[in-house]
Design a protein around this ligand. Structure first.
Ligand code: GLU
Length: 304
């Protein structure tokens, strides 16, 4: 299969969508990003890689970081994690307060903000230097020591994080947060601020695509079954309240972020990352989602 040619075809097919949608601007620093960028990067199990467009430009991974935080939390507390959160799709927005109130402080899943705030709480309780541990893990996964937090983006988000502050307060009220709420919110926000390119994300996610091998990267070790479960949560909960639509159109487990990135995998076959900042009303990249839909259609390589 000529993957480079396929990526080129996809690029020309998504170009007419350029200009549709808006980039996230509720985080002031993200409003400064040039919205008209598009990158895609593919990694195959045999080590071959294919890139196109702005695939080397780093962007804010935002909620894609939740996959890395979940991996760390699972490695730290194993099955006990599921006493503190569920594993069902939320069907409501990623920062919903009302669902958390109805469900008495138990987040629907690890990929809504409430769930990821609990993941941050676990890291704070178990790790001496959670911020250092997290970034070391991401650097090891992607094989690039240059990956880092963007403190500007993190502080910018913290300056307007009223809703996430409400979520962490509600969690604390329901005794689902052990640490100081400011520390939890800060760690969560810093994890979201990490910047990676599509190339680096596809390198990191190939580790999840290798789900038939034990996962051992830096200080994080997961069993094959734990990786399978992380991948299955990506499938059911990875795309906000559009996880069903993404599954319907694309048919791959993955995770999106409001920075406009999407990383997805086909276990034992490939990982793919795409980025374009303009989002649809659910918070997913318009060109990114379309590109992945075209990719699995043109290659006939989706998990279904
Ligand atoms: N830091 C963002 C927030 O909490 C992440 C949102 C996302 O990418 O889904 O609002």
């Amino acid at each position: 299969m000529d993957y480079q040619k396929i990526l080129e075809n996809i690029y020309s097919e998504v170009l007419p969508l350029r200009g549709e949608g808006e980039q996230a601007d509720y985080i002031p620093a993200l409003a400064q990003v040039n919205p008209d960028q598009f990158g895609i990067s593919l990694r195959l199990m045999d080590g071959r890689g294919f890139e196109l467009g702005d695939s080397a430009v780093r962007f804010s991974i935002q909620s894609i970081s939740k996959v890395f935080a979940l991996s760390i939390a699972v490695s730290l507390v194993g099955e006990n994690l599921w006493e503190r959160m569920g594993k069902e799709p939320s069907g409501s927005s990623f920062n919903s307060l009302f669902q958390l109130e109805l469900e008495k402080g138990i987040p629907r899943n690890p990929f809504v903000n409430a769930g990821a705030l609990v993941l941050a709480d676990i890291m704070l309780s178990r790790l001496e230097d959670p911020e250092g541990f997290f970034i070391d893990f991401v650097r090891t996964l992607a094989g690039n020591p240059g990956i880092d937090y963007n403190r500007n983006v993190a502080e910018s988000e913290l300056s307007t994080a009223y809703l996430n502050a409400a979520i962490v307060n509600l969690l604390k009220y329901h005794r689902n947060i052990d640490n100081d709420i400011r520390d939890v919110l800060r760690l969560y926000t810093y994890m979201c601020s990490v910047e990676m390119s599509c190339a680096e994300l596809s390198d990191a996610f190939v580790c999840y695509a290798r789900s038939n091998e034990p996962f051992s990267h830096g200080n994080v070790r997961l069993t094959k079954s734990q990786v399978k479960r992380i991948n299955s949560i990506m499938q059911t909960c990875g795309f906000y309240d559009e996880a069903g639509e993404f599954s319907f159109l694309v048919g791959l487990p993955g995770k999106s972020g409001v920075g406009g990135g999407i990383a997805a995998i086909y276990p034992s076959r490939y990982s793919i990352a795409v980025w374009s900042p303009r989002l649809n009303s659910r918070g997913n990249s318009i060109m990114g989602m379309k590109a992945l839909e075209l990719f699995t259609t043109e290659t006939s390589e989706s998990i279904f």
